[in-house]
Design a protein around this ligand. Structure first.
Ligand SMILES: NC(=O)C1=CN([C@@H]2O[C@H](COP(=O)(O)OP(=O)(O)OC[C@H]3O[C@@H](n4cnc5c(N)ncnc54)[C@H](O)[C@@H]3O)[C@@H](O)[C@H]2O)C=CC1
Ligand SMILES: O=C(O)C(=O)CO
Length: 319
C-alpha cells in the first residue's frame, strides 16, 4: 500500500452504493471521500492530498498551484479536458487516466441512439402511450418513416479505442465504415478528409477528445455538408459541436437527427441550445454512455492500478 494520502473529489459520480470499493483501500489507507466537489470547495477538498481522484471536477492552473502536496492526479475517465495538463506538467504532477474501461457501455449507447433514431423508438413509444395504436384501424402504426442500417455508411471521427469498437459493430449491422482523417493531420491510407466524408455518410459518430483543435469542429459549415437525412451521434464531448448550429440544423431539417450524450457545460444549469423544447429528431442523454455498473467497477479497479503503478515508478495510463 502506498503511504500517500488521497482525496476522492467526486465519488458519487462513480459509486451509487453498488460497487466494491475495496481496491481503493488496498492502495491508500488515508482517503478523504467527497461525494461531490463544487468549484468553491476545490482548494479545501484538495487540502494536503498527494493523490487526487477526479471524474469531472475541473482542476485548472489556479487549483494546481494552490495544492503543493499533489503528486498524482488520477482522472477517473478517459477524457482529460477538465484538467490543465500543461500546468500539471510544469508543477511536476503526474496525470493518469482510464483507458478502455467503458468500451462495451459506450458502444451499446452509441447504437442505442442510432437505433432509437432509425426505428423512431421515442415517437412510437409516445404514440402507444397516448392511445394512438389502440384507436387505429390497422394492425400497425406507420406514422414515422423507419430506415435500416444495413447498406448505409457510418463515418467515424476519432479512430481510437471507441471509434474502432463502434466500427466493428457497425460492420456487423452491414454498414460500410469511413474513417475521417484528423483535420490538419497527415494524410493516412484509408482515411477520408472530413469535408469529403461528410456528404457520404448516413451516420456520423464522434469519438475524438476535446482539444483546442477539435473544439467547435462540427459547426454550421460541416452540418451543411451532411445529407439531409444523416444522423449525428456525439458521445465524445459537447464542445466538439457548435450546439446552436446543431439545434438550427435540426429545426430546419438540414440533417435528419441527432443523438447527444454530452453537452458543452454539464450539468447544463444555465440551459443549452439543445435543450430548447421542440427540436425534432433529437435525443439527449445525460452523459451516461459510460455509466454501466461494470464500467464503473472497472474505474475503481483502474484507479487502484494507476496508483499502484505510480507508487512503483511505472508510467501506466500516463497522459
Ligand atoms: N460519453 C461518455 O460516457 C464517454 C466519452 N468518452 C469520450 O470519448 C473520447 C474518445 O475515447 P477513446 O476512444 O477511449 O480515446 P482514444 O484516445 O483511444 O481515441 C481518441 C482518438 O481520437 C483521435 N484524435 C485526436 N484528435 C483528433 C482530431 N483532431 N481529429 C480526429 N481524431 C482525433 C486520436 O488519434 C485517437 O485515435 C474521450 O476523449 C472522451 O472525451 C470516453 C468515454 C466515455
Ligand atoms: O470517460 C470519459 O471520458 C467520460 O466522459 C465518462 O466519464
Amino acid at each position: 500500500m502506498s503511504p500517500l494520502n488521497g482525496v476522492l473529489l467526486d465519488l458519487a459520480t462513480i459509486d451509487q452504493g453498488d460497487l466494491d470499493l475495496s481496491p481503493l483501500d488496498r492502495v491508500c489507507g488515508a482517503w478523504r471521500r467527497y461525494p461531490q466537489t463544487e468549484p468553491p470547495q476545490i482548494l479545501d477538498h484538495l487540502g494536503d492530498a498527494q493523490i487526487a481522484v477526479t471524474n469531472k471536477v475541473a482542476l485548472d492552473r489556479a487549483a494546481l498551484t494552490s495544492a503543493p502536496s499533489l503528486r498524482l492526479i488520477c482522472i477517473a475517465a478517459t477524457g482529460t479536458n477538465h484538467v490543465d495538463l500543461n500546468a500539471a506538467r510544469e508543477q511536476g504532477i503526474a496525470v493518469a487516466n482510464m483507458v478502455r474501461y467503458a468500451t462495451p457501455a459506450v458502444v451499446q449507447h452509441v447504437f442505442a441512439l442510432i437505433l432509437a433514431l432509425t426505428t423512431r423508438l421515442p415517437e412510437y413509444h409516445r404514440a402507444v402511450a397516448s392511445g394512438a395504436w389502440q384507436q387505429h384501424d390497422r394492425f400497425c402504426l406507420m406514422d414515422y418513416p423507419i430506415r435500416e442500417l444495413a447498406g448505409r455508411t457510418l463515418g467515424i471521427l476519432g479512430y481510437g479505442e471507441l471509434g474502432q469498437a463502434v466500427a466493428r459493430v457497425a460492420e456487423a449491422f452491414g454498414m460500410q465504415v469511413l474513417v475521417a482523417q484528423r483535420p490538419g493531420g497527415e494524410t493516412r491510407e484509408g482515411r477520408v478528409v472530413l469535408e469529403q466524408l461528410l456528404p457520404q455518410v448516413d451516420v456520423l459518430s464522434l469519438h475524438c477528445p476535446l482539444t483546442d483543435t477539435t473544439r467547435g469542429l462540427i459547426g454550421a459549415r460541416e452540418l451543411g455538408l451532411m445529407r439531409r437525412d444523416a444522423l449525428l451521434i456525439n458521445t465524445a464531448r459537447g464542445a466538439i459541436v457548435d450546439e446552436s448550429a446543431l439545434a438550427e440544423a435540426l429545426r430546419l431539417g438540414a440533417i435528419g437527427g441527432a443523438g447527444v450524450d454530452v453537452l458543452s457545460t454539464e450539468p447544463p444549469r444555465g440551459g443549452n441550445p439543445l435543450l430548447t423544447p421542440g427540436i425534432p429528431n433529437l435525443i439527449v442523454t445525460p452523459h451516461i454512455a459510460w455509466a454501466s455498473r461494470e464500467a464503473r467497477q472497472r474505474v475503481v479497479e483502474e484507479i487502484a492500478t494507476n496508483i499502484e503503478a505510480f507508487w512503483a515508478g511505472i508510467a501506466h495510463n500516463r497522459v
